[in-house]
Write a protein that binds this ligand. Structure first.
Ligand code: FEO
Ligand code: CA
Ligand code: CA
Length: 643
């Protein structure tokens, strides 16, 4: 066993370093890993797809007579699941992406492109003389352009809307609507304001705000190339778009401001989800960092809840609050404005006139994603992570069958129970209800409006297990739920579910919920520990984006400092054995995130976020210069990957 844990810090992991190499839970881990076959469900058999056929010759789990037979079956299965040549570590660095020799990629919808053909063209800020830039014009254009910080996304086939075929007779595999999140963009890249300096005008901040949020774009494959088309559905939802609240907190005084301003905007849209009724869920994550305090009227004195949610006087340095009073925590006209962020927001991809709805029953925290399952009795279950060191994993269970609720004119996301997870060291766990019926909750809160607005405090009171930054979740074959725990350099005391202290490179946990996702108990185990892959061709760190396909592949995207000079990457894991194969690496300084497929699974979409960290000396992507020119600012973009 290694006696020294390497220190590696990804861009989001500036946590406390800890010299301890205490790892007392490796024994427990071994026990959990050996239970793997208990959790693995039956294999779904799919038709041939871009990711290879999971053929009928595969053995079912546990069919092999002995270990040797099982290993042989596993090898055969892996070859079928991972029918592609991997990107080698040596080829996965530098200013340009690399992809498996069996695949190709196309670049689509970079930041600043028009939302539809004929829209306003991208204009790069004059970085030498940013003062010469007409930011009012750039801000207005940005409302009709693709946003920045590409993140979670869902492809909705056009035939969901148009009765099976589009106007040209194509099935939705070649024509759809892409809903894509825009999480963040550095001020340097967006408005030419260097790190450490503040924006000087509201027009600058408006460009930044309009670059955040969600894009809805209609895309179509024409002559083998995916392109945007003129669309009735195309729209931008950003920080100043009118929104509405629904569920238990709607109408609660905690969402009212003294000046009575209407609710506006969604921000820091990270991962995502998709409902069985065909809507898109976008999740608000790092909203705390976009507020700050000028103390212009009176000094800001943070509340318990504001501290728990990480609000600070300077925020993350974006400085919106210095010119937009709405984001000034010390402005007495906007008390409670910050309570309007940190929610899961529902968007109809096929109705550009719909007002986005913040679904308050799903709680308020730094939402990473919202992965939806249909549970027992047709209830919808939403799995969600709160991406902060020592924060929690949650699930929401609707009160009733989703179709029955919709038939009554009620959203299945408006009434139900929110739970936080407690992971016990014996490999089981319990979902703790965040309801007034829970004595630990009733002792601290006076109504569900408070509980759901201050979800973190409620989960603290309920006794949830602090995790190593829960990011994305995915549901694999047999209903097994996977969560990435991206890293936690500040952990000093390990537990069975977070067994490394510190944990600079992260791990992936998985669990099987009782009662078809709706029960109070679950069985869990560690699926992968990033550190265990270091020094091998399969090395990865900081798992973040996650997607499971019905054949038993788990797609893992990374965001953080990879080993051996690797750029961030997309790997595919066999959910049975944990074996990995690298499909794609991004460009220097980026993060690989967002993952969706066409229904036939022949086309995969992923994103590069913050390529080169916005620095044109590192990469000019999507301009494919092997030697960066130092002038052309890199732009976040979507990759279309095909065999
Ligand atoms: Fe937006 Fe936690 O990643
Ligand atoms: Ca993430
Ligand atoms: Ca991350």
């Amino acid at each position: 066993m290694s006696s020294k844990i390497e220190s590696s810090k990804g861009k989001h992991d500036e946590g406390v370093s800890n010299p301890s190499d205490n790892r007392p839970f490796h024994d427990i881990l071994a026990a959990h890993l050996s239970r793997r076959t208990v959790l693995t469900g039956g294999l779904a058999v799919a038709a041939t797809t871009v990711f290879g056929a999971a053929g009928t010759a595969l053995a079912a789990p546990g069919r092999a007579d002995d270990d040797r037979g099982r290993r042989r079956d596993d090898r055969r299965r892996f070859r079928r699941l991972m029918d592609f040549r991997p990107v080698k570590v040596a080829d996965g660095s530098g200013p340009l992406p690399s992809i498996s020799a069996d695949y190709e990629y196309q670049v689509m919808i970079p930041w600043g492109e028009p939302l539809e053909p004929g829209g306003p063209a991208y204009v790069q800020v004059d970085f030498e003389n940013p003062g010469d830039t007409d930011f009012a014009d750039l801000a207005e254009r940005q409302t009709r352009q693709i946003g920045i910080g590409h993140d979670g996304m869902t492809y909705f086939p056009i035939d969901r809307k148009r009765g099976g075929r589009d106007r040209d007779g194509n099935a939705g595999n070649d024509h759809g609507v892409l809903c894509i999140n825009h999480e963040f963009g550095d001020n340097n890249q967006v408005i030419g304001v260097p790190q450490g300096q503040l924006p000087v005008s509201l027009d600058q901040v408006r460009r930044s705000q309009h670059a955040h949020g969600v894009s809805v774009v209609e895309i179509k494959k024409v002559g083998g190339i995916w392109q945007q088309v003129k669309s009735d559905f195309a729209r931008r939802i950003h920080v100043n778009t009118p929104v509405t609240f629904s569920g238990p907190v709607a109408g609660h005084p905690l969402l009212d401001t003294p000046n009575g301003n209407v609710p506006l905007g969604t921000a820091n849209n990270c991962a995502n989800g998709e409902t069985p009724w065909g809507t898109y869920l976008t999740c608000e994550e790092n909203f705390n960092g976009y507020f700050g305090a000028t103390n212009a009227e009176q000094p800001w004195v943070p509340t318990e809840a504001q501290l728990r949610y990480g609000f600070s006087q300077a925020g993350f340095g974006y400085g919106w609050h210095t010119v937009d009073r709405r984001f000034d925590l010390s402005d007495q006209d906007y008390v409670n404005e910050e309570n309007r962020f940190g929610w899961v927001v529902e968007i109809d991809p096929f109705d550009a006139t719909q007002t986005p709805v913040k679904r308050t029953a799903l709680g308020r925290f730094k939402h990473e994603g919202a992965t939806v399952a249909i549970g027992r009795g047709g209830r919808v279950v939403v799995y969600m992570g709160d991406d902060e060191v020592f924060d929690y994993i949650y699930k929401f269970v609707s009160a009733d069958n989703w179709q029955a609720m919709l038939a009554r004119g009620e959203s299945p996301l408006d009434r139900g129970t929110l739970y936080a997870a407690r992971f016990d060291d014996n490999g089981t766990g319990e979902w703790l209800p965040l309801t007034m019926g829970n004595p630990a909750i009733a002792a601290k809160f006076s109504d569900m409006g408070e509980v759901l607005t201050f979800t973190r405090l409620a989960a603290d009171a309920a006794g949830a297990t602090p995790m190593d930054r829960p990011e994305w979740s995915a549901i694999g074959p047999g209903g097994t739920v996977y969560f990435t725990l991206t890293n936690n350099s500040g952990r000093t005391v390990p537990d069975a579910a977070n067994p490394l202290a510190p944990n600079p490179d992260g791990h992936i946990i998985r669990f099987k919920d009782s009662a078809d996702h709706t029960g109070l108990r679950f069985d869990w185990e560690i699926f992968l520990i990033a550190e265990d892959t270091h020094g091998t061709e399969d090395t990865f760190s900081d798992p973040d984006g996650l997607f499971a396909d019905p054949d038993g592949r788990l797609f893992i995207e990374t965001d953080g400092g990879q080993k051996d000079g690797l750029n961030n990457q997309l790997l595919v894991a066999d959910t049975r054995t944990g074996e990995l194969r690298r499909l794609f690496t991004g460009v220097t300084g980026d993060e690989i995130t967002g993952l969706t497929m066409t229904p036939d699974r022949r086309t995969l979409f992923i994103n590069t976020q913050h390529p080169g960290n916005g620095n044109p000396n590192l990469t000019n992507f999507p301009v494919l210069n092997a030697v960066p020119d130092g002038v052309t600012v890199p732009r976040d973009a979507t990759f279309v990957i095909t065999r």
